[in-house]
Design a protein around this ligand. Sequence first.
Ligand SMILES: Cc1ncc(COP(=O)(O)O)c(C=O)c1O
Length: 472
Amino acid sequence: MSDPKAYPLEPSADEMRTMLEQVTNRVIEHIDSLPAQPASYDTDGREVANSFAETLPEMGTDLHTLLDRIFEEAVPHSFNTAGPGYLAYIPGGGVFPSAVADLIANAVNRYVGVWVAAPALVQIELNVVRWFCEIVGYGKGSGGILTSGGSLSNLTAIVAARRERLGDDLAGGVIYTSDQAHHSVRKSAVLAGFPESAVRQIETNERQEIRIDHLRAAIAEDRAAGRVPFLIVGSAGTTNTGAVDDLNGLADLAEQHQLWLHVDGAYGGFFAMTERGRSAMAGLERADSLTLDPHKGLFLPYGTGALLVRDESALRRAHETFADYMPVMQHDPDFVDFCDLSAELSRDFRGLRIWLPVKLFGIDAFRASLDEKLDLARWVTARIREVPELEIVTEPRLSLVSFRIRGDVGDDATRALLSAINARQNVYMTGTMVDRRFAIRICVLSFRTHMDRMQLCIDDIRAALSEVVRGH
Ligand SMILES: Cc1ncc(COP(=O)(O)O)c(C=O)c1O
């Protein structure tokens, strides 16, 4: 055993135990108090951020003091993204066993970038990827990688599509998506070497789904002008309103024109585990590549994304390379070197963060929770409909509904309603523009959100409405 005084980077067994005990107590206290915590913070963010700015510390500080700083001074000044009242943007998750898995993964600190360095651990991550393929209906030959999130998955998909369809000559390549697609698609296209003008944002219909007729016309026009259409990016659950494009229609068109079809299911993808989700996203399995975001629809902590491809070898062709100092890579299709399928070499062992909770709870627990979210979104929609002053703007296709104040009152009234709801601190929602008018969004996706919180949500909507519209 090393001397902790001589080597402070190596605490003794007792010191490690004490550390973990202190952290365990704080974490459990924090999780227990989540439902009672305010849904957002109400102080000036700049003030708290400035209070944390510091110079490089030469000397150490005791853990107790540091935990106080984190749990008492930093965490409370944040959106409560892990709490049951978080209905904003696309909610994240944070199931507890993932935190335990991260502790294990970081403590053992094994290397999963190449198969030979940790074959069983790589297999654990590969299992996770293959379970995801099964969930979306991908068959033999499919595969994928875990990423840090949906944005990196979309980027990887564009890189794979570019390699498969354009080779080394990107000139004239055109990407088609809808005006409702996540902004990471445009960003990824630019990162992948295309000018922004190479991204066509096709109009959507009254359900915010891509207009296939417009898309067909745009492809024809680009072809006629000598450009090279190569990729369609569809949405399985848009961030704005939860719209799902006609995926079968997109797959037909992509097949007809030999274009790559990528579907961004960062928000919606995991609903494929439920019957209603599967029928809303019919055709999902026909995509050449698919973005899933376990840190959204599988309730995992932030930093967990996935990209699946129908043909794993496409991912390999886009990323495989060689160096003398690297170990020998696997050629047996049962074994995978993740560095051959992705831009990353060294990285965290993400697989354990998914594997542990899925093994512990079984996938049905996740499916049931997703079904509950679908029910809650429908329930809250029905309650909003009962309020005469409100109107539903977009129906829940999955678990996202939007609404506004009825009539010609202008956007300011709906914005004021949103502020009044959020000021109550039980739920936190955000707004967006739908057909150039402001709407409030409710996205139900936290595994901690249940009927009691939705009841509170509707009570707060009614109370806030009285305050804003009726003035009492
Ligand atoms: C539909 C969609 N695609 C992509 C992303 C980007 O994912 P991430 O934030 O994990 O990078 C999001 C994020 O909300 C999303 O909703």
